[in-house]
Design a protein around this ligand. Structure first.
Ligand SMILES: [Zn+2]
Length: 291
């Protein structure tokens, strides 16, 4: 596997040394704003939606033999963690050529494939998107990212017969009115692991990651309220040995959420996540050896 870089779109970090059957991806830490974005929301406010620094927190993954993929564009431009048909028809000027199914927890609250609003209920655009604009975002950003992830998972799976995909995110310390809790002000735990209640990976893996994080001194909740977005559903198939797990980290553990800068907790969390990466890579190798 070779390092790959599509400027402004994605960076694919190939493993250094021997490959292990683990793929990490960070779909929401991109901050390169495409010139045709055209949102009326100031950049500082758009960055509040970013899973800032998550790419740095897991930056050690390739050193431990895992593949690591990061998106370079902001999720508010187009969200790679949404199904392609999860779009609000009201955001588009004209009729989309394919059927759309706006999701209850995504498009319906303004954050589908192309975001309609950002927190707190601010319109993203003062116009409708043209069909050409939406197509360009899908073809130039969304599909290359999804395809790079799909290929990496497939390649590792074909080599080892099993693969563990870890989908890396962060979440605000408190819910907003757009959040899955359905109301603002609910305090989040330090970590939430999402496997769609056992549908996207074996319970053994979820429990392993949960136990490791607890051993490192963290508080962990499973599937509530974040049970896993589209990227853990899209390529996983636990019966065939393809496991995907979503990890949400509470942002206040490592950053100032208003200024989008690391806080005093960053270094400790990065060290702990490096230990977690190491433990996951060892777990996957053990599982493959004992298969
Ligand atoms: Zn995210």
């Amino acid at each position: 596997m070779l390092d790959r870089h599509i400027p402004g779109v994605l960076r694919f970090h190939a493993p250094k040394g021997d490959l292990v059957p683990v793929v990490f991806d960070s779909p929401h830490s991109g901050l390169m704003f495409p010139p045709d974005f055209g949102s009326v929301v100031p950049r500082a406010r758009l960055r509040e939606a970013e899973d800032a620094f998550v790419n740095d927190l897991y930056g050690a993954a390739p050193q431990h033999g895992a593949v690591f993929l990061e998106a370079l564009f902001p999720r508010t431009y187009i969200d790679p963690n949404r199904a392609e048909h999860d779009m609000d028809p009201d955001t588009i000027d004209g009729a989309w050529p394919k059927p759309l199914t706006p999701g209850q927890k995504s498009s319906k609250v303004g954050s589908g494939l192309i975001w309609r609003t950002c927190h707190p209920n601010t319109a993203m655009y003062d116009r409708k998107m043209t069909l050409a604009e939406v197509s360009n975002r899908i073809e130039t950003y969304y599909r290359p990212y999804r395809e790079a992830l799909r290929e990496a998972i497939a390649e590792v799976h074909s080599k080892f017969g099993q693969v563990w995909h870890v989908n890396c995110h962060s979440m605000p310390a408190f819910s907003s009115e757009k959040s899955p809790e359905g109301r603002a002000g609910v305090k989040r735990p330090e970590f939430i692991l999402g496997d769609r209640s056992g549908k996207t990976c074996e319970a053994d893996f979820t429990n392993f990651v949960s136990d490791e994080l607890k051993r490192l001194g963290h508080q962990v909740i499973l599937n509530d309220p974040y049970n896993g977005g589209d990227l853990v559903v899209a390529y996983s198939n636990p019966a065939k040995g393809i496991h995907s797990l979503q990890i949400e980290i509470k942002r206040s553990l490592y950053m100032d959420e208003t200024l989008t800068v690391p806080n005093g907790g960053f270094d400790r969390l990065q060290r702990n996540l490096t230990k977690l990466v190491e433990a996951i890579c060892a777990y996957a190798q053990r599982r493959v050896r004992n298969a």
